[in-house]
Structures are given as structure tokens and as C-alpha cells.
Design a protein around this ligand. Structure first.
Ligand code: SF4
Length: 316
């Protein structure tokens, strides 16, 4: 199988069999020191996802929206929910931020996957919802479009999922994403956002979140998607190089290379800290005065962006 072309076994013994059976290994998991064949890597990923879903209290027939970008993480999330929880009523939601040459490609992958899985698919666009696009913001002089783009995408995804009748919103955040978010909030000294990370369901109108891949590293998600033949786009957003997240990603990857298991440790340590907080210590629950969406303050972050002077996002 061609997977080793994408994921060469650089560490460990390249000739080693799977740690669980005599089959040839396709992946070396540095954090555990185990080699995995295709079947056992799939099994190991699914074991961690089942564990994440186990405590979520999902009910048969419950409608769950899945934020589907068309990339490997969200595609794997939708595939795994369909495979491991076939009685859920799934609906996929894709947000088109208006990024030429990027979103159009990932949209095609999202459409192919939803057709293959027989899942309803809804596409919502910045241009229609906010009268702006991320490319428009860049053309208007925003040299760091990610903060505005991320806020507007979260808002629109939540709104579209709620309008689709979903009781929850599943996202493709993997272990790398979670570790990056913890460090980004700490590096920014944003204690309010750190607290909110644990209590998003306290906010009015905010759907409870489900992150089935939160304990699966990005490389393993990518390999899982390839091993299962999922139609995914590996296109990168042309603006991603400008982000603070990109810098934190590089830092964490460097630490992980020299100290395997760092990403798990960051997330585990953070969850341990938050578990000591009482829910009442979370951010206060209010509805945005402008749009009624979830907000930790009087006006949500999306409306603050759209109404700021000078505007943080430019019209299309
Ligand atoms: Fe938006 Fe930045 Fe992500 Fe591109 S990399 S989609 S600009 S948040």
C-alpha cells in the first residue's frame, strides 16, 4: 500500500512488524513506542474516538451537525460518527469564507464525501451572512485575517447548525489543535477564554460541542483518512502562514520531536486544571445585544468585528 510514501517510518525499526500482529507496520507512534499495521492503526484511532464519544451521552436519533471543511480532520470526524454511531441523524455544514482557489477545492471534497455517506449537506457563506469575505478583508489591508475569519466562522457554523435543528455540533479538532489552543490562550494571557474553553455550553444559543478526535494526533488522523480512502482536500489556506496558530504549531511540533508525548501532556494537564474549576466559575452567560448569538459579553465577537471603526473586516 502506498501509505508509507506519505508517512515513512523515520524512527524505530523500519522493518519491524506491527506491535500487535505479524503484519508489516505502516506507522511508528513515537509517544507510545509502538508500530502499527493498517488494521491496528485504524483500530487504535477508533478506540480513542469511541472513548471520546462514550461520555458524551449521545442518543439514537439525535441530530448532530458536523462542521465539514473538506479537509482530513472534519472528513474523518463525519466518517467516524457514521461508522461508530450509525443511528445518529447527521447533517454536515460547510462554511465558505470566500478564499479563492482554496475553499472551492475543499468544498468539492466535502460534497463527494457527503454524497458517498448519504449525509445531508448544507453550505453557508460569509458573503451572504455578513456581506464580507476573508479575501476581501485581506484586500482591505488586514494582514492577519485569521482572528476575524475564525470568529466569523465559529459564529456562522453555530448558527447554521442550530438552524438545521441540531442538538450538538461536532468539529474535527484533533490533539494538535487542542494543544495549540491551550498554549495560544496562555501565551496571550487570556484567562477568560481559557475558562470558556471548558464551558461553551453555558452560553445561550451555543450548541454543546463534540470533538471526537481530541485525543488523536494530526498525523494519525491524516493516515486514517488515507487508509479509509476518504475524499479529502490537502489544500492549504493561502493566509495560514500569517497566523499566530502557525507559530505555536511549529513550536509544539519541535517540542514533540524532541520530547514525544508533549502534546498529550499539554492537553491532559490543561484538562486536569479545568476539572478543578466549578461550572459557576465559567464565563457569564449572555446573548449578544446585536444578533442574539452566544456571547461572553454584551456584544459577541463577530458583531464587535463587523461594527468596529475602522472595520476589522472589509465589504466584498
Ligand atoms: Fe481563515 Fe486563517 Fe483558517 Fe485561512 S488559515 S481559513 S484565513 S482562519
Amino acid at each position: 500500500m502506498a501509505m508509507t510514501l506519505y508517512f515513512p517510518i523515520r524512527q524505530g525499526n523500519p522493518m519491524a512488524p506491527c506491535s500487535r500482529c505479524p503484519s508489516p507496520a505502516v506507522f511508528f507512534q513515537r509517544a507510545s513506542g509502538r508500530h502499527y499495521c493498517e488494521a491496528h492503526l485504524r483500530e487504535d484511532v477508533e478506540r480513542r474516538v469511541k472513548r471520546a464519544l462514550g461520555g458524551a451521552g449521545l442518543r439514537p436519533g439525535e441530530r448532530v451537525a458536523v462542521g465539514l471543511s473538506g479537509g482530513k480532520d472534519s472528513a474523518s470526524t463525519l466518517f467516524l460518527l457514521r461508522r461508530l454511531r450509525p443511528r445518529l441523524d447527521l447533517v454536515a455544514v460547510t462554511v465558505d469564507e470566500g478564499i479563492a482557489g482554496y475553499r472551492s477545492e475543499t468544498l468539492k471534497a466535502a460534497e463527494t464525501l457527503t454524497e458517498r455517506l448519504g449525509v445531508a449537506h448544507r453550505v453557508v457563506r460569509f458573503a451572504e451572512a455578513f456581506g464580507t469575505t476573508t479575501d476581501g478583508a485581506v484586500a482591505g489591508g488586514d494582514t492577519h485575517p485569521c482572528s476575524a475569519c475564525g470568529v466569523l466562522r465559529r459564529t456562522l457554523l453555530n448558527r447554521a447548525a442550530r438552524e438545521a435543528g441540531a442538538a450538538r455540533l461536532a468539529t474535527g479538532h484533533n490533539l494538535d489543535d487542542e494543544a495549540q489552543t491551550v498554549l495560544m490562550n496562555l501565551f496571550r494571557g487570556d484567562s477568560e477564554r481559557v475558562q470558556r474553553q471548558n464551558f461553551p455550553a453555558d452560553l445561550p444559543g451555543a450548541l454543546p460541542r463534540l470533538k471526537p478526535l481530541r485525543r488523536v494526533p494530526e498525523r494519525e488522523v491524516a493516515l486514517y483518512a488515507l487508509l479509509n480512502g476518504l475524499p479529502v482536500s490537502f489544500a492549504e489556506c493561502p493566509h495560514s502562514g500569517r497566523s499566530f496558530r502557525g507559530e505555536v504549531r511549529n513550536l509544539l511540533n519541535d517540542l514533540e520531536t524532541r520530547h514525544p508525548g508533549t502534546k498529550y501532556a499539554v492537553v491532559r494537564g490543561f484538562e486536569g486544571l479545568l476539572a478543578r474549576l466549578r461550572p459557576s466559575e465559567g464565563a457569564p452567560a449572555v446573548a449578544c445585544r446585536v444578533c442574539g448569538e452566544a456571547s461572553a459579553r454584551g456584544v459577541c465577537e463577530a458583531c464587535q468585528l463587523l461594527e468596529s471603526e475602522p472595520p476589522r473586516v472589509s465589504p466584498t
